[in-house]
Design a protein around this ligand. Sequence first.
Ligand code: NAD
Length: 371
Amino acid sequence: LNIAAIREREQGERRVALIPLVAQRIQHLGCTTALETEAGSASFYPDASYKNTTIQSDVGTLLASADIVLAVNPPTPDMIARMRSGSILISFIYGRTHPDVVKALQAQKITCFAMEQIPRISRAQAMDALSSQATLAGYYAVLLGTVHMPKILPMMTTAVGSLRAAQVLVMGLGVAGLQALATAGRLGAVTEGYDVRPETKEEAHSLGAKFVETGVDATGQGGYARELTADEKIKVKGVLSDHIARADLIVTTAAVPGRKAPRLIDAEQISKMKPGSVIIDMGAEGGGNCEGTVAGQSVQVGPTLLVGPVNLPSCLSEQASELYSKNILNLLQQIIKDGKLSLDMTDEVIAKTLVTHDGKITNDAVREAVE
Ligand code: NAD
């Protein structure tokens, strides 16, 4: 089997789906590896660091000779059309919002594994790319906040008196939020966490943070959150406003599967924040957790700088690529036996991650959105 990784085309994307170490491990599985020229350069993996790997400058030739293509972002329909019919693609796909990509995969009879569909079960943790990327993003969000703040996070005793520790509030305690809470705590901030799933209280406490109790439980299916009702939103706002007003830095990470990012902070709440406060809205790409967020920009809204970062994992491209590539390796180990393809369609991880196969859309939610 020949396994090839392409260079990412999306603007601002620095990650690569195959790092040199993983290329070697794939070779140990009895496969050959190929890479589009300079695909790893932006994440500091130069072509020369890929041993025993074909470096190919012509993407058409690369795609046509690959049995399995690896990517970070969904390849364009044009690129999919250049893949071999019946070959495999492993990438983030987000099929519900990329119908043109899904149709191209169908037309070309590509067997496509969507990395965002890896089930959140213990056995699949080593393949869970959403978690590996969210962990790095949560860490980076706090650092990004600190460089925009007019103050430091820890308490500091100086010759002219003591500086008070900053207050950091993290809203949404999934994978990214917990890492943000841990990072802010490590940097010496006084930390508070909030989520609509009460089980996150214990996790916040284990990181030395306080948990903001709102009395609302919006635990949804599969460990995810559900949308709040209108009454619940009012109740939550009543409790949260004081905490928002006290914070020097807020990181918001809230998401509900298949929905626009929930609104956690409105303009009125921002207007009561401290001068010089900063919000890092990690929901920016999904429409924003805060009123006034502009994806990809920083805007001053009254007293607060509202930062709407996009693609935070790409800012940590070296290690984001390392973790993503290892996630992919763990998936490959499920589908390759003795250098040959061995697809067990009854395996939960394979069945749930598969989006298209043999000209059909195999994921119900994606099929509904596309057809
Ligand atoms: P996510 O990105 O879907 O959402 C981020 C957080 O936002 C979640 O904690 C969610 O509860 C919260 N949220 C949603 N609406 C909110 C609102 N209105 N106000 C405040 N918070 C709100 O989450 P994720 O990081 O992908 O994690 C989702 C779930 O999957 C979690 O339960 C997590 O523990 C679980 N998980 C399990 C595994 C595993 O077992 N292998 C791996 C990763 C994640």
